[in-house]
Design a protein around this ligand. Structure first.
Ligand code: SIN
Ligand code: MN
Length: 281
């Protein structure tokens, strides 16, 4: 594991602070910036090509050869590598976590039309704590919509405020569960029961991340979330970057590096002319 390295401080704008406050209160926030059409088009065509590769990092939908997700491609694709260094994304993660960050996980969930299978209710921190030994939920997911998300194509759906509840419904003995595929398929190893999720959604309400391609949201590792099968004709690709605080790196992870990064050096922010988020409003 590399030692934390100093980075050039990323400028923090008032709107980023507002977003971070919203995140701490509700467990999620919209980013104060969006990606425009050209950036989205560049990412879409790149991840489509990555999803066609045959390699362990590309996981297919059960019973078909269609790509469900591609994992860890920020380490082998230069556009994805450039994305994780954008000052807007790094600045939002640093504002939320209050310290330097590295990329813990990177994935694109394609949710292909008519066959993209659901993600049951779960908390990401259950996996990161139980499987990887992440010390605390001081990490943040940043979700970049690569397609328009609407009620019909299985949008990511959050239960606001549930990030404060700690880990729910873990089996009694939560040692490492077996194969990592149980952490990326529709049949997840650690779930929140449907009964519990129904009670929580009655109490907390739900927030579906619907909106145009290019939208960006952040959400907490402990927030309860899910998404339904995509029964529509529209793909719903969502790119997810998990930034972790450098001082919160798991000491001895064993899952594949494409699920748990071994390089824990702080990200050095860098602009890229192909990926140009613009401020909202
Ligand atoms: C996730 O739970 O990490 C993603 C779910 C989705 O892509 O809908
Ligand atoms: Mn999740």
């Amino acid at each position: 594991m590399s030692a934390p390295t100093p980075t050039t401080p990323t400028p923090v704008h008032g709107t980023v602070r507002d977003a971070a406050d919203h995140y701490h209160r509700h467990g999620w926030c919209p980013a104060p910036f969006v990606f425009g059409e050209e950036s989205v088009a560049a990412l879409r065509s790149r991840v489509a090509a990555l999803g066609r590769q045959e390699r362990p990092e590309v996981v297919t939908e059960l019973g078909s050869g269609t790509a469900r997700a591609v994992h860890g491609c920020h380490t082998w694709d230069e556009l994805c590598a450039a994305l994780v260094r954008l000052p807007e994304l790094v600045g939002l993660a640093e504002a939320i976590l209050g310290r330097e960050v590295y990329v813990y996980q990177f994935k694109v969930n394609f949710k292909p039309p008519r066959e993209g299978a659901a993600w049951p209710w779960h908390q990401d921190y259950a996996f990161w704590s139980e499987e990887d030994g992440m010390p605390s939920p001081d990490a943040v997911n940043i979700a970049v919509a690569l397609d328009d998300a609407h009620a019909g194509n299985g949008p990511l759906t959050l239960l606001p405020g549930t990030h404060r509840l700690g880990l729910l419904d873990l089996p009694e003995r939560t040692t490492r569960s077996g194969h990592w595929r149980d952490h990326v398929s529709a049949d997840l190893a650690y779930t929140v029961t449907p009964e519990r999720a129904a009670r929580l959604s009655a109490e907390h309400g739900t927030r579906a991340l619907v909106g145009p391609a290019g939208s960006v949201h952040a959400f907490h590792p402990s927030i309860v979330h899910s998404s339904t099968d995509n029964l529509s004709d529209d793909r719903r690709a969502l790119l997810l970057i998990t930034y972790n605080a450098v001082d919160n790196a798991p000491p001895a992870p064993t899952r594949p590096a494409f699920l748990v990064a071994r390089d824990t050096a702080a990200v050095r922010p860098l602009d890229d002319p192909r990926l140009t988020p613009r401020p909202l409003g």
